[in-house]
Ligand binder design. Sequence first.
Ligand code: T46
Length: 136
Amino acid sequence: MKNFEREIKVREDTKRGLLAVFEYGENCPFEVKRTYCIIDVPEGVERGFHAHKHLEQICVCLKGSCEFDLDDGKQKVTLRLDSPRKGIYLPNAIWHVMKNFSKDCVLLVLASDHYDENDYIRDYDEFLNFIKDASK
Ligand code: T46
């Protein structure tokens, strides 16, 4: 299983607070074409349930916490995000579910490309076939 966890570069002092940096070639392996935020997720709601054909993303909880179930078709892992110092690098072809959002969770996502619904695989069996075809 790949290592999805990434350390986010922060500049912090007690007088002025924290500044988190995402920099292409440093801690972000792609040029960012889109960013979006997920906030105010009601208790118990789970999101995701898809994989991307090509898209790469970095996910960071700027506030609060949430968990990611990650599945590469062979192995599964659950990672918790609870600090702006920690990120998840989400490459393509990883089935992901986001869950256990805290009430105050602000999830920031940096994406390598524009929004394209055709890049989503929203059916798990289709995802497994995609993985199989990609490894041929
Ligand atoms: C992902 C995880 C981590 C847009 O119109 N533009 C956008 O940039 C995005 C991200 C979504 N949308 C639309 C598509 C849906 O009608 O917003 C609606 C909600 O999207 P979705 O149900 O895909 O949201 P999540 O939270 O399940 O997944 C999101 C991203 O869509 C996805 O790429 O990897 O966060």
